[in-house]
Design a protein around this ligand. Structure first.
Ligand SMILES: *Cc1c(COP(=O)(O)O)cnc(C)c1O
Length: 393
């Protein structure tokens, strides 16, 4: 494979060496089923128990409030569908935001088809949820507020503590999709009044196909997968032991390097933003400049088609994204960029670059140079840009 520059860490991250190392024995030597009585099974069970403690401690929760899932999407589906079902006697109204990940938005659409009503609260031009609109949306039959911790496309970090306070004040459950934030930002479920939280291993240098849902003790929530008694009989199925062990190693690593990683990425992020703004005309930074994930850069370039930009970057070995991985391939502009008020044609010309702790200044030099050149070339082929230049004269 030719060398490449990976700037799509919001889509997925490289599984860290120490994570792979930790997992390997659980494919070979320690392959026992945690539910078995003999010691081979007990080894697996011990490993799962230890990770549950590590994960619980990482968010200030108790061990018996952590449920392993097959990733972020499953955790989101579970949180929404099972609370809706369990609290339907209290009401059938759910509040979420217009910029959620599709794992939440499409689950809300499913709920709407099944007799629930959903309010999609708007965001301001920087992608911050409007708190007054959120509070005004609360009705006597509202059972759940689900707002993401940080956005996967534009990196905006939401006022989670304030949202938690609003939910608590009105006696409504609060779920947060923290898939982008977990491992990047410190999180405490008590401080933020979070009742349920979704996270995913592969967004923090862990393996794919493993995640967890935190469910505060005392919440009525139904089983999501019926079968055996695993995960306190709420999510049946033999535990993904290697995945769980990998998640544990990834969480330990993320906590260990968080401070240093944040500092390094924030500096590179701000430098990348500054250089793009200085060197490429007619661009717009999407998302809040400060309330932003340390590794997220998202720009719109006028008179440029995002897909063409991505393809040409790929030819130079640069991995980037035009938005969420799930929507690329479709021709619709991102729902997040539309929600912050971008017109269709500008939303189409957007580029997301998400850094890692391994990203170097030299890589960013190469990337800025490539974007500059490609944007110029694409604009030179654009009749709209030609008209724009004529009008300007
Ligand atoms: C990636 C992502 C998900 C989905 O997680 P998976 O583990 O890939 O299912 C959900 N929400 C957000 C915000 C994400 O970035």
């Amino acid at each position: 494979m030719k060398p490449f520059i990976y700037l799509d860490n919001a889509a997925t991250t490289k599984t860290a060496e120490e994570v792979v190392e930790a997992m390997l024995p659980y494919f070979s030597r320690h392959y026992g089923n945690p539910s078995s009585i003999y010691s081979l099974g007990a080894d697996s069970k011990k490993a799962v128990t230890e990770v549950r403690e590590v994960v619980a401690r990482s968010i200030g929760a108790k061990d018996n409030e952590i449920y392993f899932t097959a990733g972020g999407s499953e955790a989101d589906n579970w949180a929404l569908k099972a609370t809706a079902e369990a609290y339907a006697d209290k009401g059938k109204h759910v509040i979420t935001s217009a910029i959620e990940h599709h794992a939440v938005l499409h689950t809300c659409e499913y709920l709407e088809k099944n007799g629930f009503s959903v309010t999609y609260v708007g965001v301001d031009e920087n992608g911050i949820v409007k708190l007054d609109e959120l509070e005004a949306a609360i009705r006597p039959d509202t059972i759940l507020i689900s707002i993401m911790f940080a956005n996967n496309e534009i990196g905006t970090i939401q006022p989670i503590e304030k949202i938690g306070e609003i939910a608590k004040k009105h006696g409504i459950l609060f779920h947060t999709d923290a898939v982008q934030a977990y491992g990047q930002l410190p999180i405490n479920v008590d401080q933020y009044h979070i009742d349920m939280l979704s996270a995913s291993g592969h967004k923090l240098n862990g393996p794919k196909g493993i995640g967890f849902l935190y469910i505060r003790k005392g919440i009525r929530i139904r089983s999501f997968v019926h079968g055996g008694g695993q995960e306190r009989a709420r999510r049946a199925g033999t535990e993904n032991v290697p995945g769980i062990v990998g998640l544990g190693a990834a969480v330990r690593r993320a906590l260990r390097i968080m401070e240093e990683k944040t500092e390094k990425e924030t500096a590179l992020r701000d430098e990348l933003i500054r250089r793009i703004e200085e060197e490429i005309p007619y661009c717009r930074l999407n998302g809040d400049r400060h309330l932003r994930l340390p590794n997220n850069v998202n720009f719109s370039f006028r008179f440029v088609e995002g897909e063409s930009l991505l393809i040409m970057l790929d030819m130079e070995g640069i991995c980037a994204s035009s938005g969420s991985a799930c929507t690329s391939g479709s021709l619709d502009p991102s729902h997040v960029l539309l929600a912050i008020g971008l017109p269709h044609e500008i939303a189409h010309g957007s580029l997301r670059l998400t850094l890692s702790e391994e990203t170097t200044r030299e890589e960013l030099d190469t990337v800025v140079e490539a974007i500059k050149r490609i944007v110029e070339r694409l604009r030179a082929m654009s009749p709209l840009y030609e008209d724009f230049l004529k009008e300007k004269q």
